[in-house]
Design a binder for this molecule. Structure first.
Ligand code: ZN
Length: 473
């Protein structure tokens, strides 16, 4: 270790010097790296990032960290971005009710079946793909909540998990099978109190949609005054809300009923200019959720994507084979809670509507609004696809990275402590071997994933595709 040069460093560096010591808490210093900090600021070459106690303690020019003690990672020719966020997932690991024959197998006696291993594998897939934070916006409590508790207790190698538990909706509306179904106020209040007390949602998800989603028939919708009561109830308990919508008019009603974020961006048609301006003026975060719709036609037109390394590592081999065979045989991807009749129209509908959704997102971003990446899926590889689709939409790579990091933190309300590489924030980061600003696909060139200051050991991840080697020696 070189002699300390006390004359040069600022306060933060001195603080880092004073607190370093114990071998277990040895600082990690990534120097000479090109830093893309997630805030939308331009990339900074020859940067140093020091991590200690789970946080970024020094972020600045490499010279600042020149003489600091710690484990050094040479970032020459490499790129550091914040850990990615997926703000719209439904973590796998539960099978639906058996009463409907069109549904997936695995459930019995009208009860949910929880498969803990499947949930753990899905969580591992996120870390492997560079996703260090997920927001689960609708699940069964028995699946997601024990995983959230174990992650927070440090018992489970997984991304930071935020979750709603059950979502809240109206009988017959969207997502009822994983929801607390409420039909009138004030009768609903006791149900909401029960959900809050037993599930402690980090963000409460509501569905407000009569479109049926995709090509399905129209359905009942939550009354608007009830929506407002639900939002108010959770906000009064300090909980942010997010809402499933699919068209502009319902999105506008939801926003003026007080929701904090939108779990989808309208997909039913091009947005009016007024709506785009409102989105920018109110700075409401919109989840992007293009991957789920795009995936139906992608599978039929380019099933070879399943052989990409990220998918091979994070999906069961038999599931990849099943999907390829399904397509080769001329079948349709099973849509879990849709009747076979709608599956073909669903794929075609999504192929038509996804470019419209892409354009809506590009326009919100261009106007200065807040878009945040969410996939509506349960696999980290899907998040990387979401980034590609945003770039394909014409969103500049620097904005795509902001959407996937800082804006994800804004969506959850954690932007003061997460989402960017700045001094004092939780040290979630991804080290890349190629420039993501030259090609957003380079976000897949992962050398190292760090969560809360700890370097993720890929060989310890429980991945569905089998054990993987560490990517950085
Ligand atoms: Zn969803």
């Amino acid at each position: 270790m070189k002699k300390h040069r006390y004359a040069l460093p600022g306060f933060a560096v001195l603080a880092a010097l004073m607190t370093s010591g114990a071998a277990s808490g040895e600082p990690v210093i990534i120097d000479h790296v090109t830093l893309i900090d997630g805030t939308g600021r331009a990339a900074k070459p020859d940067s140093a990032v020091v991590v200690e106690g789970g946080k970024f303690t020094v972020v600045g020019p490499s010279i600042l960290a020149r003489d600091l003690p710690g484990r050094r990672i040479d970032g020459t020719g490499k790129y550091l971005i914040p850990g990615l966020f997926d703000v719209h997932i439904h973590l796998a690991g539960f099978s639906p009710l058996a009463k409907d024959k069109d549904r997936a197998p695995g459930s019995k006696d009208g009860k949910w079946v929880v498969d803990r291993k499947e949930g753990e594998q899905a969580l591992a897939s996120y870390l492997y793909a560079g996703v260090t934070t997920v927001l689960d916006v609708g699940n069964i409590p028995e699946n997601i909540l024990p995983l959230r508790a174990d992650e927070r207790a440090g018992k489970l190698l997984a991304p930071h998990i935020f979750a709603t538990g059950n979502l809240v909706t109206y009988p017959g509306s969207h997502g009822t099978d994983i929801a607390v179904n409420v039909s009138s106020w004030p009768e609903a209040e006791a149900q909401l109190q029960q959900q809050y007390d037993s599930q402690h949602p980090d963000v409460l998800k509501i569905t407000y949609d009569d479109e049926g989603w995709g090509s399905r028939p129209l359905i009942p919708i939550l009354p608007k005054d009830l929506l407002q009561h639900i939002v108010e109830f959770y906000n009064l308990h300090g909980v942010r809300t997010t809402v499933h919508v699919s068209n502009e008019s319902r999105a506008l009603e939801a926003i003026y009923s007080g929701v904090d974020t939108l779990a989808h961006t309208p997909i039913q048609g091009p947005l009016t200019e007024g709506f785009v301006q409102m989105a920018a003026a109110k700075q409401i975060p919109f989840a992007t959720t293009m991957m789920i719709g795009d995936n139906y036609s992608r599978l039929h037109e380019h099933p070879e994507y399943l052989d990409q390394p990220l998918y091979a590592a994070t999906m069961k081999p038999e599931e990849r084979s099943r999907l390829k065979k399904l397509v080769a045989d001329g079948g349709e991807t099973a849509l879990r809670n849709s009747k076979p009749l709608y599956q073909r129209t669903w794929r075609r509908w999504m192929k038509t509507q996804t470019p419209i959704l892409e354009d809506n997102l590009r326009r919100i971003d261009e106007a200065g609004g807040v878009i945040a990446t969410g996939t509506d899926g349960s696999n980290g590889a899907g998040e990387q696809r979401e980034l590609e689709l945003l770039a394909e939409a014409g969103v500049p790579p620097l904005h795509v990275i902001k959407a996937a990091t800082y804006n994800g933190a804004r969506f959850i309300g954690k932007q003061e402590t997460m989402g960017s590489i700045e001094e004092g924030k939780i040290a979630d980061a991804v080290l890349l071997s190629a420039d993501p600003l030259a090609d957003i696909g380079n976000c897949k060139s992962i050398l190292m994933v760090m969560k809360a200051g700890e370097i993720v050991d890929e060989s310890k991840l429980s991945l569905a595709g089998g054990p993987q080697a560490r990517r950085m020696p």
